[in-house]
Design a protein around this ligand. Structure first.
Ligand code: ACM
Length: 540
């Protein structure tokens, strides 16, 4: 039988106040906060409402909120650096050393107060205020009286974007970071290099973008598809990268840049064929997708290659202020090393027992370079194969069993197992819009168990958090990127922020109608598969 759930946009809650039964407006906050206490009353933002901050460190957050309210609702609120409570939105950083990102939000008829444990907490309190605003322009911004206590379940809440297979302009990267911030996500993993391109300017090696950022064409349609000879290129300059970093900082988002080595390197080898195990053969940036053992070479262990790695990872470490540098390390085709006499000789000289150990040698080399710059290395879970130092962070993209192995070995681990968190998988079987793989429905993203089972409490503490990934082989436009992202980012955000005892698919599903209105308010494209697969009818 067809199950039809009508999702009302103005659901009310009924509470007893003294003798009287009173209706309160249901709040729809994603991710679900730790604790919400609603009371009678409301506060209306009006044109004379002022956003006040006690210290200037919070000014970017105050301007962020005033920009949001002005942009989406048309109320230009001013910002003042002075603490006065009545009729205002007051932002305070308690700097109390408690959980980073935690906050308390109080709304009364007299005003709004956000008390953050730190600046991130104030920013997330603002995000919750935003979620209490109308989801359509033209409706008065009346917020319900409420006290919310909230803090994140995991310290790492990430989202990745592959800008190699398809390139996205700076304006979209900023928009993407905004989408993360609106979901209280705090890391943006920027996949900058791969077989198909090198997409970040290197002052030490200008030829990397001169040659390596271009490809002659690509396949049209699903792999193997038909070859389309349309030149394709693009890269980010240092100035653009700095602009994005500053933008992200104001939104409490840290950027993790990834340069993928020693495999996924055809863009490097198109620039420097001599860095491969077949130095005399000319090479091209890849024109199609996949690993292609047969065609794609990898870095050879030569002095010139190690010089190269030292230079680019040093420059990357200097450019990005964040603590973490991602070295890739995934899907390195070992056959090239097996077939190369010089490589085998190198392995013998350095006591490397097999190609996995050679891979570890590369990873460890980069680790030393970035450690000298005070940075910490992150790599995909293959970095475990030949052994890797305990202070490296492991990003688990294959089965959760690999994540579990990393956790048990004492590595801080980010869970992004592809079956639950690769948003390039289409959302439903009948959805032709993105790529061949899937389905990965919203409900499955929500159900992802971030902490693997049967771990001790100490082991569980190594689960740093989770991440969604968006690989863009079949995502050539910003339209498709948003379509792949929404609404699944919302499910991931709640999964990685809200406490386990607040995890409820039914409650989350009941908040979706309002969340889709937010997507519309933001002008974001989204997939409606959820409404089809749940037999849920949208009220529009
Ligand atoms: C990956 O999907 N190869 C990390």
């Amino acid at each position: 039988m067809l199950r039809t759930i009508l999702m009302a946009t103005s659901v009310t809650l009924s509470v007893l106040v003294g003798e009287a039964q009173v209706s309160l407006r249901k709040v729809n906050i994603i991710p679900e906060p730790v604790h919400i206490a609603q009371t009678v009353g409301e506060f209306m933002i009006n044109r004379s409402t002022i956003i006040r901050v006690a210290d200037k460190e919070l000014l970017p957050s105050a301007f962020y909120l005033s920009d949001y309210i002005n942009h989406y609702l048309g109320y230009p609120l001013s910002v003042e650096k002075r603490e006065r409570k009545a009729e205002s939105i007051l932002l305070i950083n308690k700097n109390n050393g408690e959980v980073s990102g935690g906050y308390q939000l109080t709304i009364t008829p007299q005003g709004i107060e956000v008390h953050g444990n730190d600046a991130a907490g104030v920013f997330y309190g603002i995000q919750t205020v935003i979620q209490l605003l109308p989801t359509r322009a033209g409706i008065l911004p009346i917020l319900p009286a409420v006290t919310i206590t909230d803090y994140p379940r995991f310290a790492y809440r990430g989202m990745h974007l592959d800008v190699v297979r398809h390139f996205f302009p700076v304006a979209f990267i900023k928009k993407y970071i905004d989408y993360l911030a609106l979901h209280k996500m705090n890391y943006f993993h920027w996949h900058l290099t791969d077989d198909q391109a090198w997409r970040i300017e290197m002052k030490c090696r200008p030829e990397l973008t001169l040659r390596g950022s271009l490809r002659e064409g690509e396949i049209e349609g699903l792999y193997p598809g038909l070859y389309k000879p349309l030149p394709y290129g693009g890269y980010y300059t240092h100035e653009q990268v700095k602009e994005v970093i500053a933008y992200a900082k104001d939104r409490q988002v840290t950027i993790i840049p990834e340069i993928d080595i020693p495999g996924h390197c055809m863009a490097v080898l198109a620039t420097y064929p001599e860095f491969s195990t077949t130095p005399d053969e000319p090479k091209k940036t890849a024109l199609t997708w996949g690993i292609f053992n047969k065609y794609n070479n990898v870095l050879a262990p030569t002095p010139a290659v190690f010089d190269f790695l030292r230079e680019v990872f040093s420059e990357l470490s200097d450019l990005f202020p964040g603590q973490y540098i991602h070295v890739g390390g995934d899907e390195c085709a070992k056959r090239w090393w097996q077939e190369s006499e010089l490589t085998q000789q190198f392995m013998k000289t350095h006591g490397l027992v097999d190609e996995k150990a050679l891979q570890s040698y590369f990873i460890d080399f980069v680790k030393q370079v970035i450690n000298e710059k005070g940075k910490t290395l992150i790599g995909w879970d293959e970095i475990l194969e030949g052994g890797v130092s305990k202070d490296c962070v492991v990003m688990n993209w294959r089965k959760p069993a690999y994540g579990k192995k990393a956790i048990k070995a004492g590595h801080r681990t980010i869970m992004t197992s592809s079956a639950w968190s690769y948003f390039n998988l289409k959302e439903s079987r009948t959805q032709p819009e993105i790529g061949p793989r899937g389905p990965l429905p919203l409900e499955k993203v929500y159900a992802y168990e971030i902490v693997p089972d049967s771990l001790t409490t100490v082991q569980e503490s190594f689960v740093w958090g989770a991440q969604g990934c968006l690989w863009t082989e079949y995502v050539p436009t910003t339209w498709k990127a948003e379509f792949a992202l929404f609404p699944r980012l919302s499910a991931l955000a709640e999964n990685v922020w809200s406490p386990v005892n607040k995890k409820s698919w039914e409650r989350f599903a009941s908040k979706m109608e309002i969340q889709f209105e937010r997507f519309e308010l933001w002008g974001a494209r989204y997939s409606e598969s959820f409404f089809r697969t749940q037999d849920v009818v949208r009220q529009r």
